[in-house]
Design a binder for this molecule. Structure first.
Ligand code: ZN
Length: 248
């Protein structure tokens, strides 16, 4: 590194940090794509629709069974009525007592059948709103499923785009990396690998640019006179403190 101005090393370190931060930001954007594009909300909505649909379908099915039972009961009575009518108005002669009984029974059956038919009609009216709920729910579910598919496609496209950007920035970062002093780079990389995203920062208004902690006069003086061979780290966050003056 002899002959090369010290500031160039600092500049390159800061440039590297900037590019790495851009990559971090893009990686974060990828990680929250499903959230930011609302996939989770859509999945929740779908589940709710599926649940509601299941309940309404069950109600509808039960009502349909009941209606069909009424229907067959009504048919059965109708055939008994026909049979009685055949007896009443047929060739066979019955005594007046028998005729009276048959006539009574016929009237009772007709009344019962009217009653059942009325009930059936009422029940059919009652299930109409449920039928609407089921068909409305089915349509809504279909459109949510389409929306989910579209969102998944969108997430894939966005991720591809972001990965492309990351690749570009990473290769630029790799070029810059080669220009940074080995020992500084080692410290920088170790710090970042340890989880600290901002591993190098300038002193801004007397504070660490990474964690904003105010530096003492002594620390500021140390940073001012630091070099790549004599790094000063922030006591609070551990990032490499880069002297302000060296960067134009
Ligand atoms: Zn700090």
């Amino acid at each position: 590194m002899k002959g090369e101005p010290v500031s160039s090393n600092w500049d390159n370190l800061l440039k590297l940090q900037e590019l790495d931060s851009q990559v971090d930001h893009l990686e974060h954007e990828i990680s929250i794509l499903t959230l930011s594009l609302g996939l989770n909300q859509l999945e929740e909505k779908k589940q709710q629709l599926v649940n509601d649909l299941e309940i309404n379908r069950e109600v509808l099915e039960k009502a349909m069974v009941q209606i069909s039972e009424r229907d067959s009961e009504s048919r059965e009575i109708t055939s008994r009525i026909k049979k009685l009518e055949g007896q009443l108005y047929g060739e066979t002669k019955y005594g007046s007592k028998d005729l009276q009984n048959m006539s009574h029974e016929l009237k009772a059956l007709q009344a019962r059948r009217d009653e059942i038919d009325d009930e059936e009609l009422r029940e059919m009216e009652e299930i109409e709103p449920v039928q609407n709920l089921v068909s409305g729910g089915e349509n809504e579910l279909k459109s949510v499923e389409i929306e989910i598919e579209e969102t998944i496609t969108k997430i894939g496209l966005s991720e591809k785009e972001l990965r492309g950007e990351i690749e570009k920035i990473s290769s630029e970062a790799n070029l810059v990396r080669e220009t940074v002093d080995m020992s500084v780079l080692e410290k920088y990389s170790k710090t970042r690998a340890g989880g600290l995203k901002v591993a190098a920062s300038q002193v801004v208004h007397g504070s660490c640019g990474g964690c904003q902690m105010k530096l003492s006069a002594t620390e500021l003086d140390q940073v001012k006179h630091s070099s790549v061979n004599d790094l000063v780290l922030c006591e609070q966050c551990g990032c490499i403190l880069v002297p302000r003056e060296t960067v134009p």
